[in-house]
Design a protein around this ligand. Structure first.
Ligand code: COI
Length: 354
């Protein structure tokens, strides 16, 4: 494996108030860089002071969006250990996204070592307050200066770090969700299951409309029938119906979330049956009307477990769990965050010490 060189900052930045971080607003002292050149592969891994990039204005990523990204976190345990949560899943998913976007794949061992080396370098930035963590954002951009549409021949891989608190201001309190009926996020065969910026750009208009109406996020329906539930804003979505948990299946248009997979494994280990199957908006409305929808929640690295208190479907309000956090969401939140912060037994072997 190529060795990672380190150039340290002369003067470290002042740390923000760890009790009031919000999400993705502060960045640490260093970043990781790696370059790709066709013919030579990925080369020159290095940690350098965090700072602006110099990019040719013709860089392909700026015009055609050929890029992928990931999101994972490092957690500070009470005994001082710094833990990553299932980092190999994010690494593998990034290479799946790279294949979809025709970006050169990254060596998984070097990727993991880059995360560990960078977090070690900025270890004082792993926040200490309850429910805070260090968000890790790896991303790759196409940097050929070229205006024709094709795969780039050169790429840059970066990792930046951001100490974070809750993604949604609601924290673990239930969020209200607007069911989007005009825009669609993705269709099978598109890029919906890849983690690439364009998927998120496509969601911003609906998100603005939802915010204007006082909702936290939107729930996406499938792009063909506008009937089947896909995912929420930055989360996968789950429903508890008649003692079974239902979540939409991974069939190409939704993100294969690491927290989604962890929630399915935890629920299954507790004897709660989980069905990964298509669920239509009509089924959801009917179940809610009949009192069979007992709770709903979203899952995501940034959002963790986010209970849903109500849906708005074409102006009709569907309350869930009386607007309170349901028992499954509570148990999942406690168990998952307990494992992530090293407070509960990690019987799945999910955490990796830095
Ligand atoms: C994550 O949960 O890590 C995500 O990537 C969501 C992000 C777009 C904020």
């Amino acid at each position: 494996m190529q060795s990672i060189t380190v150039e340290r900052v002369a003067v470290p930045k002042e740390k923000p108030d760890f009790s009031n971080l919000g999400f993705g607003q502060y960045f640490t002292d260093h970043m990781f860089l790696l370059d790709y050149t066709e013919g030579s592969g990925w080369h020159t891994p290095r940690i350098v002071p965090y700072g602006p990039l110099t990019l040719d204005p013709a860089s392909m990523v700026l015009h055609y969006g050929q890029e992928t990204f990931e999101g994972l976190k490092a957690y500070r345990a009470d005994d001082g250990r710094i833990l990553l949560f299932r980092p190999q899943e994010n690494i593998r998913r990034m290479n799946r996204s790279n294949r979809r976007l025709q970006i050169a794949e990254i060596d998984e061992t070097l990727f993991l070592e880059a995360i560990r080396a960078l977090v070690r370098e900025d270890i004082d930035w792993v926040p200490t307050h309850p429910d805070t963590s260090l968000y890790i954002r790896p991303f790759i951009i196409a940097v050929d200066p070229y205006l024709g549409v094709r795969a780039s021949h050169t790429y840059r891989f970066l990792i930046i770090l951001s100490p974070v608190g809750a993604y949604y201001p609601e924290g673990i309190d239930p969020v209200s969700i607007l069911i989007e009926t005009e825009d669609v996020r993705a269709v099978k065969g598109g890029t919906g299951e890849a983690k690439t910026g364009g998927n998120y750009a496509a969601t911003i208009r609906a998100q603005v409309r939802a915010k204007e109406k006082g909702y936290t996020q939107v729930l996406w329906l499938d792009g063909v029938h506008r009937r089947y539930i896909e995912e929420v804003g930055t989360m996968n979505v789950f429903f508890s119906l008649d003692g079974r948990v239902v979540t939409p299946p991974l069939e190409g248009s939704i993100l294969p979330g690491v927290t989604r997979d962890s929630a399915i494994r935890l629920l299954t280990s507790w004897g709660v049956p989980v069905d990964q199957r298509a669920i239509s908006i009509d089924e959801l409305v009917e179940a809610a009307d009949a009192g069979r929808l007992s709770e709903s929640f979203g899952t995501g690295t940034a959002a963790v477990i986010s209970p849903i208190g109500s849906f708005d479907y074409n102006g009709r309000i569907i309350p869930v769990s009386g607007g309170r956090i349901g028992p499954l969401a509570r148990r999942l939140y406690d168990e998952l965050t307990g494992i992530q912060w090293g407070k509960r037994e990690d019987s799945f072997g999910w955490t990796l010490e830095i």
